[in-house]
Ligand binder design. Sequence first.
Ligand code: GLA
Length: 384
Amino acid sequence: MKINRFIWLLAGALCLFPAASSRAQEQNAGPTPPMGWNSWNHFAERVDDRGVRAAADALVASGMKDAGYVYINIDDTWEAGRDAQGFIQPNQKFPDMKALADYVHSKGLKIGIYSSPAAKTCAGYEGSLGHEEQDAQSYAKWGIDYLKYDWCQSSGTREEMIAAYTKMHDALKKTGRPMVLSLCEYGWNKVWEWGPSVGGNLWRTTGDISDQYRVMADIGFSQNGLEKFARPGHWNDPDMLEVGNGGMNEDEYRTHMSLWAILAAPLIAGNDLTRMTPFTVELLTNREVIAVDQDPLGKQGYRIAQEGPFEIWMKPLADGSKAVGLFNRQRSTEQMTVKLSQLGIEGEASVRDLWLRKDLETASGAFSAYVPSHGVVMVRIKAR
Ligand code: GLA
């Protein structure tokens, strides 16, 4: 009884103070970068109900859920057309979206979907243009928790983008169902400057990733400078992970995961979760690396030194320690050194290797390590 009254009072307060409710909406994503899985990178048009259920099962069975992955996101190609009233209909690959969402929720997970503020999505399916409120209502009715909203037009001014994203954000808000809003417009018009103002919890900063070292590295290492735009609830998104898709070697995938964690990037796996090697599982679930990504201070890391293909990146962490990545982008192993003074540390420091999960010798003045080609040594360094 008391609890009921409290809920009514709370609901009343949210109606009286819409600013509070809008704040609640914007905090949907939680304070740390979203973690989950998305169908696109591996399955593209082959995504279907069965595959999404299998991904949810595998997220749990592999230990990824326990490591913090929550969202199961359906990307493009689920859309059929509209009914006579204009409501979006899933195609034959998704016979019952509500039942699918219920299934994902029954696993303790959340479910995401995809659309575009255009007549057509990127893959040429039905977009949301002119039907934003109806689509938001459908998502809410099905139990959707996350929307990736993909621009998919060849051009657009900042004002047009702001208007389109605001329209969908307002429509989502109107449903009363909290949904994470993921902006996907490839970093055009400096989205990081206005993403939060249109309700974006994350915003893509670049074009599409692919499963190649060169593409992943070009994207990841180009994020320097964007750190000032990331903060709890609002993140730069250098695109989804390719870990486990087979196009990179172990050192390259370790670089991918380390760099994304240092960037406080959303960790959205993009591989087939039902067929993972032990290495892929280990890479995706390393608690100490994930803790860097999810650190409560919510700072995005940045580059502190570069000499040609050798880059040192640092992310300040809540306990005063620094996550440091020594990245070697050339074709042979190289010894790399970071001076503790570059990290703002005087004297000695303790060093823990996050991939080896091992404490190393105390560093005095500097820390050096051999870094394999296209690889990384990722450590957590703390003043003693
Ligand atoms: C764009 C996006 C991708 C994916 C596809 C789907 O290319 O950037 O992440 O969503 O569209 O068509």
